[in-house]
Design a protein around this ligand. Structure first.
Ligand SMILES: [Zn+2]
Length: 484
């Protein structure tokens, strides 16, 4: 064919189910001209393969029988899976045609015309007058003067070496060591598809698909420390997962590496990364790091660090089970199970389950469920479920729901709801409700509601005394007695 001119080949499954008129489209359209050829497979189905001599030879031209008095049926073609097969699309007979196939380049259920007399020619005279289609149909979407082959099939089936390989690849790859599967996945997108779409679970662990399906990312499964060390010295960015099985060694990311950050993934048969002792690493969804000692890690959504004893972690939706050192910062969202000894957690959002030691700075809408030791600073609208020990400094609009022990210093507009033990120091506009063995010291404009056997020492503020067993010492600006 002449390369300077578009030759259209429109291929799909011919639909005979319903007349276009039933869904408001024209049943007939004026024949667009001699450049438009209608062909059909005469009910035989069309097959293709790499070594089949002809696809086009399986069609019979029907133009003369469908065009009557310059009018023809408003033909329609619909999608079938074979239309995306490379073996069909690149078949030597079809390769150079311009394709406008339903469900691929064109809308599924492609009609010749989808317009009305307002938008489109409806008589042969309209066509002779040069009236164009202005609808969503084929005749409006292509260069109307170019040759068009309209090929209606009853079915399209085929195979090619490529398709056969695709079927064999999963079996073939299942016999390979994981490391080789990972490497093969870099070679060919069909190999990659097998790795990425591996079924549900494997004996070695939960299978996940890497979130970044970038074609240029080489996903590697690494089994030995020596290979990991060698990989970290390469100049390309490393995307890897620790492999499993009897030959796998526990892996540690150690020194700073040439190309940072290193990306930790979990796609198939992933094992935990044993340790991070340096370097910069991004842990993606589904990954697990057992211990972090130093270096810098970003924990993305669905990534887990079991124990942190040093270094710096940015939590972007991930989870740290236990912080015993180093500094963790919640950047977007995420959570920390337990903080002890000397860990530090900064959270503008997210949650800590238990603070046993160390320091937590909670702001925004962050929440600490229990404080039993260490020190928590609350800002913004952050909240604590229960303080049983340690020290809390709360300002802003923070809320402490229960205090059974420890010390709470509250100012600003902080609310301390239910104090039954421990010591609470309130000033500013803060308010506290105390009972039981609670000790409260109140000053400035703060307010205390005291019940039961609570003890309140006043240096100003307002105290509401409920009942007769409350102990009130010092001086308050306002004392309000309520009946028991
Ligand atoms: Zn039209």
């Amino acid at each position: 064919m002449d390369g300077s001119e578009m030759h259209y080949l429109i291929l799909g499954i011919g639909s005979t189910e319903e007349s276009p008129g039933a869904i408001g489209l024209p049943d007939q359209v004026p024949f667009p001209g001699a450049h438009f050829e209608v062909c059909a497979d005469m009910g035989n189905g069309v097959s293709f393969s790499d070594n089949h001599p002809s696809v086009l030879g399986q069609f019979t031209e029907m133009t003369d029988s469908v065009v009557v008095n310059g009018m023809m049926p408003n033909l329609t073609l619909r999608y079938t899976e074979a239309l995306t097969s490379d073996a069909l699309r690149k078949h030597h007979e079809l390769d150079l045609y311009t394709k406008f196939w339903p469900g691929v380049e064109a809308p599924d259920f492609l009609y010749l015309c989808s317009g009305t007399a307002e938008t489109c020619p409806v008589t042969p005279q309209d066509v002779a007058d040069g009236k164009p289609h202005q609808c969503d149909g084929l005749l409006a979407q292509i260069d109307a003067s170019s040759p068009v082959l309209w090929l209606a099939c009853t079915s399209i089936t085929g195979t090619s070496y490529g398709d056969l390989l695709t079927e064999l690849i999963p079996q073939f790859m299942s016999h390979l060591p994981l490391e080789d599967r990972g490497r093969l996945s870099q070679v060919d997108k069909r190999h990659r598809a097998v790795v990425e779409n591996a079924p549900g679970n494997s004996p070695a662990g939960k299978i996940r698909v890497p979130r970044e399906k970038r074609a240029d990312v080489g996903l590697r499964t690494i089994y030995t420390q020596s290979e990991l060390d060698a990989s970290l010295k390469e100049s390309s960015v490393l995307h890897f997962q620790p492999g499993g099985g009897s030959k796998a060694e526990p892996l540690t990311v150690t020194a700073f590496h040439k190309a940072s950050p290193v990306h930790l993934f979990a796609w198939t048969d992933a094992q935990p990364l044993a340790a991070v002792e340096g370097g910069i690493l991004t842990a993606h969804e589904g990954t697990v790091i057992t211990t972090m000692k130093s270096g810098s890690v970003t924990l993305q959504k669905g990534a887990t660090l079991m124990r942190m004893v040093g270094g710096d972690v940015q939590i972007e939706g991930g989870f740290i089970a236990k912080v015993s050192g180093g500094k963790a910062t919640v950047r977007t969202d995420g959570s920390v199970g337990e903080v002890d000894v000397i860990g530090e957690v900064v959270l503008p959002a997210g949650e800590i389950t238990v603070l046993r030691g160390g320091v937590a700075s909670a702001a925004g809408n962050a929440r600490i469920i229990t404080v039993s030791g260490g020190r928590a600073d609350l800002l913004g609208s952050a909240s604590i479920g229960t303080v049983a020990g340690g020290r809390v400094d709360a300002v802003g609009a923070a809320v402490v729901e229960n205090v059974t022990g420890g010390k709470v210093y509250a100012e600003g507009g902080v609310r301390v709801d239910n104090v039954t033990g421990g010591k609470v120091y309130v000033k500013g506009q803060a308010s506290v409700t105390a009972s039981g063995a609670a000790y409260v010291r109140v000053s400035e404009q703060a307010t205390v509601h005291a019940y039961g056997t609570a003890t309140v020492h006043g240096q100003g503020g307002t105290v509401h005394v409920h009942g007769t067993d409350v102990t009130l010492t010092g001086r308050v600006d306002s004392e309000v007695r309520h009946p028991a």
